[in-house]
Design a protein around this ligand. Structure first.
Ligand SMILES: NC(=O)c1ccc[n+]([C@@H]2O[C@H](COP(=O)([O-])OP(=O)(O)OC[C@H]3O[C@@H](n4cnc5c(N)ncnc54)[C@H](O)[C@@H]3O)[C@@H](O)[C@H]2O)c1
Length: 404
């Protein structure tokens, strides 16, 4: 089939290459022209989409990236995979979705199946995407609409596009049926739900569940410190219960495009409907405060002042073994250290370059203080311990260091 995928980031490129490998003719449209050129030269920017897969899809004539929206004309299926971030007030920002809808309206010249994979609030397909495309189209086309929220976990080697169960629902039975037929060409396990709203809400609730439990364990880390016990030993002990307990580990906070953001989409709908989303709001507060708590602990252990201290932050990616720095708690840790007067450098062999700075070496005794925010497999524990006389570990992966 002729497929277009709007947005060639983490989600869009992954889906585009999976579809191309299963024989579909795929156009990857991204309004970032530099990215489109890069992709056409076979250079993948996404963990999990190896350049070799991308080059294979290009060589087989099954994939082409473009920055020209008119190239989506003639598609039988259009998948939307654009960012759904928060705005400057930390409220849901649907501007990218709206602009994707306008491109579809302007360039689709025949009825197609339009599937949203971007994470958004319940009602997005029915109340935003379908009306927006219909309102902006030059002529009336009877498109079909569906949602299939993406669950990809960048860097996860066990669960990928093929074996992660995929939720889906169409606005009509015909849309559901065609959505199932498309995804079954490269996904093993498809789960139909009764409405797009259920699929949209399930995706938000999955990430809200993680966000709230991460906040709970982060608060517990602070309680454990006040009691004077090890949070990790206590969690190990709780985890011996064979039922009714699911372990989450404390950290410097949450990052990436999902956990810090998606719950706010649920909270926004909830409050609009008059239900106060108290857990979601409190979890956001606790997780956003965690980097400050870590810097306070580091200051407390170092004579209450970090003024003039040379501090090395290890790991600026938001999670281990990926180069993604979106919403990384390392950014708040670094800012808070600087506010205290510390001279901050960072080391991250996976990210390498970030915010016009480069990763600095993890030299023996190279700093007064080292703060570990994210521990990649490529970083050696003994090198971290040797890097400064005082090492604070927010990850629980550096035995022998001070830490949560
Ligand atoms: N990254 C993840 O792990 C993950 C997992 C599951 C779901 N999601 C969701 O998937 C969606 C996409 O996330 P992502 O991580 O792929 O984002 P991304 O930022 O990696 O990529 C989005 C791409 O869309 C492009 N774009 C933006 N507006 C466009 C437009 N109007 N037309 C064409 N291209 C446009 C951008 O240039 C960018 O390359 C979001 O809703 C996100 O919440 C992400």
């Amino acid at each position: 089939m002729r497929i277009s995928v709007i947005g060639q980031g983490y989600v869009g490129l992954t889906i585009a290459i999976s579809a191309a490998k299963s024989g579909h003719e795929v156009t990857g449209f991204d309004n970032n022209a530099v990215l489109a050129t890069c992709l056409n030269s076979g250079d993948s920017h996404i963990e999990g989409v190896a350049s070799i897969d991308l080059q294979g899809a290009i060589k087989a004539g099954k994939y082409r990236a473009t920055a020209n929206a008119s190239d989506i004309a003639g598609s039988e299926i259009v998948i939307i995979a654009v960012p759904t971030p928060l705005d400057a007030h930390r409220a849901p920002d649907t501007a990218f979705l709206e602009s994707a809808c306008k491109s579809i309206a302007a360039h689709l010249d025949a009825p197609a199946l339009i599937i949203n994979e971007s994470t958004s609030f319940p009602g997005t397909v029915r109340d935003l995407i379908a009306p927006m495309i219909e309102k902006n189209a030059a002529k009336k086309l009877d498109h079909l609409y569906a949602v299939s929220p993406e669950r990809v976990d960048p860097g996860n080697e066990k669960w990928g596009q093929k074996n992660t169960p995929r939720l889906y629902a169409g606005l009509t039975p015909e849309a559901s049926e065609k959505t199932r037929a498309f995804y079954s060409s490269f996904c093993d396990n498809l789960v139909e739900v009764s409405s797009p709203e259920v699929a949209e809400a399930a995706k938000l609730f999955e990430n809200t569940f993680r966000q709230v439990n991460i906040a709970l364990v982060n608060e517990f880390a602070q309680i454990a410190d006040a009691i004077g016990i090890s949070v990790h030993e206590t969690l190990d002990a709780a985890n011996t219960k064979p039922y009714g307990f699911m372990r989450f580990n404390p950290s410097a906070g949450v990052g990436g495009h999902c956990i810090p953001i998606d719950p706010t989409y649920l909270a926004e709908v909830s409050e609009r409907l008059g239900v106060p989303a108290t857990f979601i709001k409190r979890a956001n507060e606790v997780n956003l405060a965690m980097p400050h708590y870590i810097v306070e602990r580091v200051a407390r252990d170092n004579g209450a002042s970090l003024k003039g201290k040379s501090v090395l932050v290890v790991g600026v990616a938001y999670k281990p073994n990926v180069a993604d720095t979106r919403e990384t708690p390392a950014e708040i840790v670094i800012e808070a250290l600087k506010v205290q007067g510390a001279l901050v450098r960072w080391h991250d062999p996976v990210v390498k370059a970030w915010k016009d700075e480069s990763s600095q070496p993890l030299a023996a005794k190279g700093a007064d203080i080292t703060v570990v925010v994210t521990m990649h497999d490529a970083v050696n524990v003994s090198d971290v311990l040797a890097s400064a006389p005082y090492v604070f570990d927010a990850t629980g992966k550096v035995p022998g260091a001070h830490g949560l």
